[in-house]
Design a binder for this molecule. Structure first.
Ligand code: PMP
Ligand code: GLU
Length: 396
């Protein structure tokens, strides 16, 4: 007998970003040099003082189960961080540490929505949002934004999207995949619509430290006194401290929500890695100059990538204010045949780029935005220059 797959699992798509990364890995294992701009993962090593804290944790015997929601020191350090950095009053009990921000998002959705509920997601959105919502049994309503509108949802759009079953809106600024950073005023306008409704907010702020030029990241929950009781803030150390493999993320929210998330987590995964928790503690409490060093390098890469992309005929890219993605329009190339393959959509564009130029991107359709392609500039400037040379030649 063939074991039947559950409806939930059958509906889940593999993560398109992780799949693109795996494709590049496969080609590399065959000896092909791939210019891999698919995964959103800092190419830097985790700073040494953070690694040292992990060794010390192992030597000190911190290799056992911890409380399911995380060690008290880390929850308390995160609460203090939000107090210090954003003026947000948070108790350690309002913080839960999980196996990456993706896991925090899952826990938050699992604790707050289910069948019959609807979640509002502005597009383009990070690939996993839709599947994470679907896994709870809830449905989602997409709110399309445009390149001309800076890929930002307007308060009018949000208002129009709210229906009788709407429970939650997912915000992500700085955004993956567009790099859009909402201004404080733009977020305040969204906050006022939210406060006039019954919506709760899931604010994914994982790229908060990676902002460039005049852009500033805003902690959404701080914008109005009534927001902390309806906002779940998500963040983590993956992007800011180059710690993707350590799997450390967190959520901050109202006590009853965090408790429910803790119950889910205690049954599902128990605690996140004890060693990673001590490393995250060192990241948050240690010298922050590593964050600024990496941010500056990302900014230089952004400048290079945007200048070069916009110099290629038929490509149009907005200047991302944050994160490490360029999200560019390629519709002018649809209908062309390159290396014997017709480009009809973002997926075929990416396929041709990978097969003929060995440059790896992620198709915009995975982010709910057909016509676009995402380039992650979490790669060295040298690799970016060479990869963009190849893209330019391919499109000539
Ligand atoms: N949110 C966004 C917008 C992301 O781009 C990512 C990247 N993976 C995550 C959450 C999850 O990060 P992690 O699970 O590595 O903490
Ligand atoms: N968030 C990154 C990306 O969008 C990492 C991959 C993933 O977790 O999906 O590429």
């Amino acid at each position: 007998m063939k074991i039947p797959i559950s409806k939930m699992a059958a509906a889940v798509q593999p993560s398109a970003t992780l799949a693109a990364g795996a494709k590049a890995r496969q080609l590399k294992s065959e000896g092909i040099h791939v210019f891999d701009f698919s995964l959103g993962e800092p190419d830097f090593n985790t700073p040494e003082h953070i690694c040292q804290a992990a060794y010390q944790a192992m030597q000190a015997g911190h290799t056992h189960y911890t409380p399911a929601a995380g060690i008290a020191e880390l929850r308390s350090a995160i609460a203090k961080l939000y107090n210090r950095a954003h003026g947000l009053e948070v108790t350690p009990e309002q913080v839960i540490v999980s196996n990456g921000a993706k896991h925090s998002l899952h826990n938050a959705l699992a604790a707050t929505v289910g069948p019959g509920d609807e979640v509002i997601i502005p597009t383009p959105y990070w690939v996993s949002y839709s599947d994470l919502v679907q896994m709870t049994g809830a449905s989602y309503r997409l709110v399309p934004t445009t390149q001309d509108g800076g890929f930002k949802m307007s308060p009018e759009q949000l208002k129009a999207a709210i229906g009788p079953n709407s429970r939650l809106v997912m915000l992500n600024s700085p955004s993956n995949p567009t790099g859009a950073v909402y201004t404080r005023r733009e977020l305040e306008a969204l906050a006022d619509v939210i406060l006039g409704s019954n919506l709760a907010v899931l604010s994914d702020e994982i790229y908060e430290h990676l902002v460039y030029g005049d852009s500033k990241a805003t902690c959404f929950a701080t914008l109005r006194p009534e927001l902390p009781e309806r906002t779940i803030t998500i963040s983590g150390v993956s992007k800011s401290y180059a710690m993707t493999g350590w799997r450390m993320g967190w959520a901050i929210g109202p006590l009853h929500v965090v408790k429910a998330m803790g119950n889910v987590q205690s049954q599902e995964t128990s605690n996140p890695s004890s060693i990673s928790q001590y490393a995250a503690l060192a990241a948050i409490e240690g010298d922050q100059s590593c964050v600024e060093t990496m941010r500056r390098e990302f900014e230089a890469r952004r400048d290079l990538v945007i200048r070069r992309l916009n110099a290629i005929p038929g490509i149009h890219c907005l200047n991302p204010g944050g994160a490490f993605y360029a999200f560019f329009n390629v519709t002018a190339h649809f209908g062309r045949t390159i290396a014997g393959k017709q480009i009809t959509d973002s997926a075929s564009f990416c396929q041709v780029a990978l097969e003929s130029a060995h440059v790896n991107f992620v198709q915009g359709s995975a982010f709910g935005a057909e016509g676009y392609v995402r380039l992650s500039f979490a790669a060295s400037r040298e690799q970016l220059q060479q990869g963009l040379d190849r893209l330019e030649n391919m499109l000539k």
